[in-house]
Each structure stands twice: as structure tokens, then as C-alpha cells.
Write a new protein. Structure first.
Lengths: 538, 304
């Protein structure tokens, strides 16, 4: 079984002449090493939270108590949400692939502020440790759900203060990363790379960075207000102290809705990179895709109220938020049409990154289209706070961003490690994940329409058949994830050398060695044409 | 086309039908396109990609058409929703109170119940109050839901159009027993409803005022009177016993006298019985009167 491990022609940035061992990693300012620090920590948290998800689904396989009591269940879904949102989906693609690929793809030596880049990883780890430490003292980890709605979050005896401070610190990590990327994109592009010669992943990262900088401070302040209310008794959100619970929801969603676009835009950027490479065609509607990223980032600020249609907002504001929500779906639809048009008359090579990209498009479409039911007032009134919402955002966040992350992983893997994973096994892992995913989450959409509220520890017997189906789906999905993970780790260690440009990409990261050398390029590249000029290649 | 158990079902289900219909056309079309292209233009059959030709007309077309379609969907969403926020003047007023983790419904004549009785084909307006955190009153069969927010007087209304019993659920996460915070709405023929409405509150003549007060406030959602443990400690054998309580992290022993019970209602988290989670019970201020507390104490004294 085990083949000879073939040595790489160059070890690139993995070779470090000045520092050795762990200190060459934790004190590094090389964007590539920082990206890998993020990759390993993010992968760890993703798997931990996935296991929490599996446990929740086992609990729900039958009504009544199965493996845990209600209090444990409430803490489990809170921790699952906090880890997945703040430690996986939000940092995910920008922190790992933004860090690794962004300087390479624009032909730069590093990001603009390498030390701040390392600092933001330390903020990430600090926030993560604080969040997990809540497990081990007092009444245990928060039981509020990842949304920390007041006044429940003000009153519960669990460690909400620590969890909220953790999210606050993680916010800083996000702001600093955004600031870094924004400056990098403005100041460090290769000679000749004007704005409309930038690859679309750069556009997506750029739009994301603006949201990170402008929206994250709002959640930071809001979370500090929760801490002030809990520790000092200042009445801000709890009506028994003279506060307003709806104010909290406004402040929370003013950040957390744009944050949804922090999560999805980089994934869309990844898909826009992958499709031209595997169809051997210049992307259709480059400018439309670039502008639609900016449009999503902008309109995304104005739709937060759709999370609160039943919370008691005034009638006119419900109507306005509903219209704006429908409008924000247009730029996403435009991207999907452009991707499809790029495939038309291409020469399509179904490699694992392309499979994940197509999986992304299908699952993200279901996520987006179910979002329309939640944007319409009549249907949202029935569906809000039901399992339908849970199904919807897993389609968007996991089917979208998660699959985008896996696509990026399979696409840039040979660049990062200089080796190739087993292609066949990667494809079979994709199909297991894809099938398991739909069996797990589609029943949630149906149960929501049937009227099953979310965050329910127990449920009426009529839901059990679908709950069983969903639980079985979670086992299939997890099996697929393990196959994928083993394949990736094996590829890292002993995959065959992949060469500098195995997919024959045209963007700059493929012009240097794999793995890239410490200073990225031997001769700094110059750009004379657009990023996807496949038409000129023989 | 769609009739249901409330007057809103038709409009809401029509919006479902329109939006899901348009979405399915889009989903099937794009998915079919992806699969078709990946077979037809697979590199084995189609080794050389044709150059991309930009097409501005197409771009405008696929921006404008979806915009029209989503505005169309918005319209159906709004049309199905508008009646929910148009309150009729002649509605019966009912006050619904949500607390962790029970519902109670109070009628204009002072009658109250944990089940919501309503007449068929008559508008019913529900004024929503919360005693503690945010809840959400959800009747799936009627397609309505509105959050029950402390300090804010939200309201909702409906007209039931079919006799029967339907679930009332709490849709906003409210802690430990969120998924058990259920009740029923019972739709009665008008005459039957009037008869029910005009019968005096069924008072168990043997019941003490304190017992009734506790049922109305909802204490029994978490505390039993028979010694079994629910969320909080049972009342059985409580009065006069010695209790181990946690005060500022230290365990001390106190006697459960009248002051202890008053304190346990007004400031329950200052001394939590050992072995029970802290900060679960909200502080009851004006939701419980001093007179009611006196009655409650008298009642608890009898639970030996």
C-alpha cells in the first residue's frame, strides 16, 4: 500500500535557515506559515464543532432524552454555533487562503503588515482559548445560542460574559486581517496589475475586508454592552433594568447580517478562480462578478431587519427590509449565471476542485432560494425560528462557504505542499459528503415548513421519521469528511510531487515554485493582460 | 385554492406556492445546465474551449428578469402578510402571558386559562406580555407567529375558520424547557364559546387562594407539590424545613420561613438551593402582589 515517498525538488518556505522547530512557526511573519497556523487551528475547531453537531443529531434521533439532558443540549448547540461561526466560517477562507494566496496571486512578497498578521492569529487563538475555557468552570459554557439574545443572556447563570469576551477578541482578529488585506490590495499589486486585471478572488477578498473593518466594531461594542449589563447592572437591554431587548437585536444583526457576507464572499471568489481553470475559458462577465461582490457588500448592510420580522418592528420597516432583502439576492444570481455561462462551450475537466465548485453552486442555490421564503413577509412569519431557518443557513454557510473552503483546499493544495492528494479518493469523498449533506439538512427544511421550532431539545412524535433520516445523514456526512481529511493528510506527507502548475492556471500564484519560496518570487512578476486569458494558450 | 384553519392560511400558502414554484424552475434549470454542459463540453469530447465572447445584452437580461421576479415574490409575501397586521376593530381581546415555560391567557371578564379557547369565525386579538425573557407565540396551523418581548406590548390577531385543537408553541429560545412550552388553541362553535366564557372560573372549592395564584402565575411549570424534582425544588415539606443554600458561592443552612419564601420569589438568585442551577428563575417584582405572596405562603404551609 505505502508507496515510496518521492522527495520534492524544493521545500520552499518549509525550509527555514534561521529558526528551527516550533519557534519558526509561532514567531513567523511569513504569510504562508501564518496561513498554515490558521489552517491547522481552524481544521481542529471545525472537527470539534462537527462532533458536537453529531452528538446533537444523536440526541434528536428519538423524542425525549436520548444521550444528554436539556441543559447539556442547550450548551451543546450554543458551543457548536459559537465555534462554527466565530472560529471556522468567519475567519475560514480569508485567514487561510486569503493569507496564503492573496500575496502570491497579486505578485507581492508578503502582506502589508506581517507582524499585525501574526498578532491577529494570536488574537484568534486567545479568543478560542477563552471561548473553550467556559466549559471548565462555574455553570459551564453559555446556553444562549450563538446569538446571545437579551434579556436571556443577561440573566442566565452560565458563563456568558467569558463567551462574549471571546467573541469580542475574535472580532479584533477579524478587523486586523481585513485592514491588512485592504492595504495589501491597494498598495502591493504587481506592476501592471490595475484594478480590472485583478483576479476575482482578490475582488472578493477586497469587498470582504471592507465589511470586516466597518461592521465588526459594532458587534464589539454590542458585546461589551452585554458584559456591562451582566457585571455592572447597567440597564441597556434588559427591561427589568430599564433596557430595550429589541435594541440588542438591532445592534447584533447590524453586524451579524453583513458578517454572513464576510462568510460567503470569499467562497464566491474561490469559485470564480476555479471555474475558468477547469473550463479552460476566460470567465464570462468579469466586471459583473467584480461589481456584484461590491454590491453584495454594500446592500448587505441594509437588510439586517429581516432577522426581526416578528420581533415587533413597525409595519413600514418590515416592508422596507423585505424589499431590500429581495434585492440583495440579485448580485448572487448574477454570479451564478456568469459561472454557468463560463462553462458553456468550455473544455471541462472534472477534477476535485471543480466538483466542489459545482457542489457549491447547487447547494448555495438551495440556500439562496430558501432565503427568498424567509425574505417574504407572509412565509417568514410562519418559518422564522423554525428548523427551516437552520436548514437554510446550513445550506448557505456549509453548502456554500464550507464547500468553497473544501474547493479552495483541493485547488491550492498542490501549491501549498508541492504534492498532490489522491484524486480518485478526493472525488469519492466529495460524493459521500454531498449525499450525506443533503440527507442531513433537507429534512430540516421540511420539518420547518411543518412547524418545528428551532433549538428544540424535544419534539412531537410526528417529526421522528424525518429526524431519524437527518441523523443518518449526519453520519454519512461525517464519514465523508473523515475520508477527505485522511486523503489530505496522506497527500501532505507522501503525495506525488505535483509540479509548479498542475492545473495549468494563469494567475500569478502558479508562476512560482510549489511550495513557494520564502520571498514568493525569484523575479517579481509583471502583469500585461487579464487574469484568465486561456484563449491565448495553446 | 388553499383553505385552512385560519383566515391567513390562504394568502400565506399562496406566497409559498409562488416562491417555491419560481425557485424550482430556477434550481432545476441551472442544475440541468451544469450537468448538461459538463457532459457535452467534457474535455474528452470537447478538447478545445471556445473563446469567451462578452454579451452585455445577456447580462442586462439576467439582471432585469430576476429583479422583476423577486419583486413579484415580494408582492405575494406582502399581500399574504398585510391582513395579519390589519387589526379589525371588533376583535375579542385576550391577553397572553408567556413565562419560562408556560402560557396563560386572560379574557376581558377576568377569566383565565392555560389553554386558549376561541370562537370560530370571529376575530381574536392577542396582546402579548412576557414576565421574563423573549418568547414567541407560534400557531403553525394558523401560519402566525409574533415575539413576546418583555417591556414591549406586541400584538397579533387571527380568525379561526375550522373547529378543532391546534398546537401553540414557543418559537424563541427561552432556556431549559423551551421545547416544552406548549399549549393548545381550541376553536369552539360560537354558542359553546359564549357558554364557556360566561361560566365562572371553575374554582375548585377545596383549593386555597394561594394554589390558584400559583397556577395563574405559572410557578408549577418548574416546581411540583408532590416532592418530585422538576427544574426547581418541590414545595412539599418546604415550610419550616432547614435548607442548604448557596449564598455568594458558600453553602449555608437557613430555615424556610416566611421571609425565606418572600425572598425566594423577589430575589431568587441571592440564595439558590444547593444542587440546583443558579440564575434560572427570574426575579418576580410587580408580576406578583404582596397579597398573593401571603396566600402562597399559607398554601405552602399545608404541603407537608
Amino acid at each position: 500500500m505505502s508507496k515510496e515517498r518521492v522527495a520534492l525538488p524544493t521545500r520552499g518556505f518549509f525550509e527555514n535557515k534561521t529558526k528551527k522547530g516550533i519557534s519558526s512557526w509561532i514567531f513567523t511573519t511569513d504569510h504562508k506559515r501564518i496561513a498554515l497556523l490558521y489552517l491547522y487551528s481552524i481544521a481542529f475547531f471545525f472537527l470539534s464543532a462537527a462532533i458536537l453537531g453529531i452528538l446533537m443529531k444523536i440526541e434528536l434521533i428519538a423524542p425525549g432524552k436520548t444521550i444528554m439532558n436539556a441543559s447539556t443540549y442547550n450548551k451543546t448547540f450554543t458551543l457548536h454555533g459559537v465555534i462554527m461561526i466565530f472560529l471556522f466560517i468567519i475567519p475560514g477562507i480569508p485567514a487561510v487562503f486569503g493569507n496564503f494566496i492573496l500575496p502570491l496571486i497579486i505578485g507581492a512578497e508578503d502582506v502589508a503588515f506581517p507582524r499585525i498578521n501574526l498578532l491577529s492569529w494570536y488574537f484568534y487563538v486567545g479568543g478560542a482559548i477563552l471561548a473553550l475555557s467556559t466549559l471548565f468552570f462555574g455553570e459551564g459554557t453559555a446556553d444562549t445560542g450563538w446569538t446571545f439574545y437579551a434579556p436571556y443572556s443577561v440573566r442566565t447563570g452560565t458563563n456568558v460574559t467569558q463567551a462574549v469576551l471571546a467573541a469580542f477578541i475574535l472580532g479584533f482578529s477579524s478587523i486586523l486581517t481585513g485592514l491588512n488585506f485592504l492595504t495589501t490590495i491597494h498598495r502591493m499589486r504587481a506592476k501592471g496589475m490595475d484594478w480590472f486585471k485583478m483576479p476575482l478572488f482578490v475582488w472578493a477578498t477586497y469587498a470582504t475586508a471592507w465589511i470586516q473593518i466597518l461592521a465588526t466594531p459594532v458587534i464589539g461594542i454590542t458585546l461589551l454592552m452585554i458584559v456591562a449589563e451582566r457585571t455592572l447592572g447597567i440597564g441597556l437591554f434588559d427591561p427589568s433594568l430599564g433596557g430595550d431587548p429589541i435594541l440588542y437585536q438591532h445592534l447584533f444583526w447590524i453586524y451579524s447580517h453583513p458578517a454572513v457576507y464576510i462568510m460567503i464572499l470569499p467562497a464566491m471568489g474561490v469559485i470564480s478562480e476555479i471555474i475558468p481553470v477547469f473550463t479552460r475559458r476566460r470567465i464570462f462577465g468579469y466586471k459583473a462578478i467584480a461589481y456584484s461582490s461590491l454590491a453584495i457588500a454594500f446592500v448587505g448592510y441594509l437588510v439586517w431587519g429581516h432577522h426581526m420580522f416578528t420581533a415587533g418592528m413597525s409595519g413600514p420597516s418590515r416592508v422596507i427590509f423585505s424589499i431590500l432583502t429581495f434585492l440583495v439576492s440579485i448580485p448572487s444570481a448574477v454570479k451564478i449565471f456568469n459561472w454557468l455561462a463560463t462553462m458553456y462551450k468550455g473544455s471541462i475537466d472534472m477534477q476535485p476542485p471543480m466538483l466542489y465548485a459545482m457542489g457549491f453552486i447547487f447547494l448555495f442555490m438551495i440556500g439562496g432560494l430558501t432565503g427568498l421564503l424567509l425574505g417574504a413577509l407572509a412565509t417568514d412569519t410562519h418559518l422564522t425560528d423554525t428548523a427551516f431557518v437552520v436548514g437554510h443557513f446550513h445550506y448557505v454557510m456549509f453548502g456554500g462557504t464550507g464547500f468553497g473552503f473544501f474547493a479552495a483546499m483541493h485547488y491550492w493544495f498542490p501549491k501549498i505542499y508541492g504534492r498532490m492528494y489522491n484524486i480518485k479518493r478526493a472525488k469519492s469523498a466529495f460524493w459521500v459528503i454531498f449525499v450525506g449533506f443533503n440527507i442531513l439538512y433537507f429534512p430540516m427544511l421540511i420539518m420547518g415548513i411543518m412547524g418545528l421550532p428551532r433549538r428544540y431539545y424535544d419534539y412531537l412524535p410526528q417529526f421522528q421519521p424525518l429526524e431519524i433520516l437527518s441523523t443518518v445523514g449526519s453520519w454519512i456526512l461525517f464519514t465523508g469528511l473523515i475520508i477527505m481529511l485522511v486523503n489530505i493528510i496522506k497527500g501532505m506527507k507522501s503525495g506525488l510531487p505535483a509540479g509548479d502548475n498542475p492545473w495549468k492556471g494563469t494567475t500569478l500564484e502558479w508562476q512560482t515554485s510549489s511550495p513557494p519560496i520564502l520571498e514568493n518570487f525569484k523575479i517579481m512578476p509583471e502583469v500585461t493582460e487579464g487574469p484568465y486569458e486561456y484563449d491565448n494558450i495553446k | 385554492m388553499f383553505s385552512g384553519s385560519s383566515s391567513f392560511v390562504e394568502g400565506v400558502d399562496l406566497a409559498f406556492f409562488v416562491i417555491i414554484g419560481i425557485s424550482l424552475i430556477f434550481l432545476i434549470g441551472i442544475t440541468f445546465g451544469m450537468i448538461y454542459f459538463s457532459i457535452k463540453y467534457n474535455k474528452k469530447k470537447h478538447p478545445k474551449a471556445e473563446p469567451t465572447v462578452e454579451n452585455t445584452k445577456l447580462e442586462i437580461l439576467w439582471t432585469v428578469i430576476p429583479t422583476i421576479l423577486v419583486l413579484f415574490m415580494f408582492y405575494f409575501g406582502w399581500a399574504g402578510y398585510r391582513p395579519m397586521r390589519t387589526f379589525p376593530d371588533d376583535a375579542i381581546n385576550i391577553k397572553a402571558t408567556g413565562k419560562m415555560w408556560a402560557w396563560s391567557f386572560e379574557y376581558e371578564n377576568g377569566k383565565w386559562d392555560s389553554v386558549l379557547y376561541v370562537p370560530i369565525n370571529k376575530a381574536v386579538k392577542i396582546n402579548l406580555y412576557s414576565m421574563d425573557v423573549i418568547h414567541s407565540l407560534y400557531i403553525p396551523a394558523f401560519r402566525i407567529k409574533e415575539d413576546v418581548v418583555p417591556g414591549i406590548n406586541n400584538k397579533m390577531w387571527f380568525k379561526a375558520e375550522k373547529l378543532g385543537q391546534y398546537n401553540i408553541l414557543c418559537a424563541e429560545y427561552c432556556g431549559l424547557r423551551h421545547s416544552y412550552m406548549m399549549s393548545k388553541v381550541v376553536v369552539l362553535p360560537e354558542a359553546e364559546y359564549t357558554a364557556w366564557y360566561n361560566t365562572k372560573q371553575k374554582v375548585d372549592l377545596n383549593a386555597m387562594p394561594g394554589e390558584l395564584a400559583m397556577k395563574k402565575i405559572g410557578c408549577v411549570a418548574c416546581h411540583t407539590t408532590d416532592g418530585s424534582k422538576l427544574v426547581g425544588p418541590s414545595y412539599k415539606g418546604l415550610f419550616g424545613s432547614m435548607r442548604k443554600v448557596v449564598v455568594d458561592g458558600k453553602v449555608i443552612e437557613v430555615k424556610a420561613d416566611e421571609d425565606y419564601i418572600i425572598n425566594s420569589i423577589r430575589k431568587p438568585n441571592s440564595q439558590v438551593v444547593e444542587g440546583f442551577p443558579k440564575a434560572v428563575m427570574p426575579e418576580y417584582k410587580d408580576q406578583v402582589t404582596d397579597e398573593e405572596i401571603k396566600q402562597i405562603i399559607e398554601y405552602i404551609k399545608t404541603l407537608k
